[in-house]
Ligand binder design. Structure first.
Ligand code: ADP
Ligand code: MG
Length: 293
């Protein structure tokens, strides 16, 4: 997460708080998906959080994504698996505006055309992204990292040194519990374990209340226990946020899908298979290109 994206997310969060306090919105944080649609805001009333259609991305003639079509529902937790080079990270780059596709469309909710927006605008409208490597402010404490995520916005100079409101303190407290870092609140982030840094960054993203959260190999390098806790964390977010999780760790994917959620297998830039993990694992095409290795 870059400071620029952090700012964009914080600004959106602040606008949300302002709407809430102005009494025009229908409710609080967890009611986000059901809110009435306002101009310039995403519309989730059709049940679709994200829809990509026929997306093609070429790098010097090589198609990293090839007519890819994918739909993610509101509140859905979707795992995307596939061999190295399948296009999983490129897919996230397209959704977040980092890479422009040669063809196709990307919609956030049913009305927002993400291809018409810049990277900061996409972050601001409610798409959070967790890159593979943890990117926290190493010299700041856990608390300060979360505080920064909450406060960072275009008026940062004005708000950075202002005192947190009781509500903001409560929110940081809830986040610390959620990401299992309550005991480490005053520790310097640079001293956390790899897994704890990943949780902290996820917490920073969540401070900005994204509707859609993209997570690229979030448990790579984690211990088994950290991996299990991460699965629990994601499962607790399901429903309130839509999550797209790219992962190679099949045990983790199994824990996330609980034998009933759909997974998507990407191969050579297209969807090779989609279905229950047990079914795609038995799929001959999937075994050949990926799981059979
Ligand atoms: P995955 O995340 O599934 O491992 P990527 O999306 O990173 O795959 O990459 C898909 C393919 O696109 C790979 O062959 C990769 O080398 C290529 N690729 C990705 N980004 C670029 C780029 N900026 N320039 C050239 N080729 C790229
Ligand atoms: Mg990748």
């Amino acid at each position: 997460m870059t400071p620029e994206l952090l700012q964009a997310g914080a600004k959106r969060r602040q606008q949300h708080e302002e709407r809430k306090s102005s009494g025009t919105a229908s409710g609080g944080r967890s009611a986000g998906f059901g809110r009435p649609v306002r101009e310039g805001q995403a519309d989730f009333t059709q049940g679709v959080a994200l829809y990509l259609e026929d997306i093609t991305v070429s790098f010097d003639g090589f198609k990293a994504l090839n007519a890819l079509t994918l739909a993610i529902n509101v509140g859905e937790l979707r795992c995307i698996i596939g061999p190295n080079g399948a296009g999983k990270t490129t897919l996230m780059d397209v959704i977040t505006g980092k890479t422009r596709p040669d063809a196709g469309s990307v919609f956030f909710g049913s009305t927002i055309d993400l291809l018409r927006m810049t990277e900061p605008q996409i972050a601001q409208i409610g798409v959070g992204r967790k890159f593979q490597k943890p990117t926290v402010y190493e010299k700041l404490t856990v608390f300060e990292n979360l505080e920064l995520a909450l406060k960072a916005d275009r008026r940062a100079r004005a708000t950075l040194f202002s005192r947190l409101t009781g509500e903001q303190l409560d929110r940081i407290g809830q986040m610390l519990a959620l990401i299992h870092l309550k005991a480490d609140v005053q520790r310097t982030a640079g001293l956390l374990s790899h897994g704890q840094k990943q949780w902290l960054e996820i917490g920073m993203l969540l401070m900005q209340d994204p509707k859609l959260l993209l997570l690229d190999e979030p448990v790579a390098g984690m211990t088994d226990e950290e991996t299990e806790r991460t699965a629990e964390l994601f499962l607790s977010l399901e429903g309130q946020h839509s999550l797209v999780v790219v992962e190679h760790d099949m045990k983790f994917v199994d824990q996330l899908t609980q034998g009933r959620k759909k997974v998507t297998v990407l191969h050579e830039g297209s969807v090779l298979a989609e279905g229950l993990l047990a079914d795609v694992q038995d799929d001959q095409k999937v075994v050949e290109v990926y799981l059979g290795r």
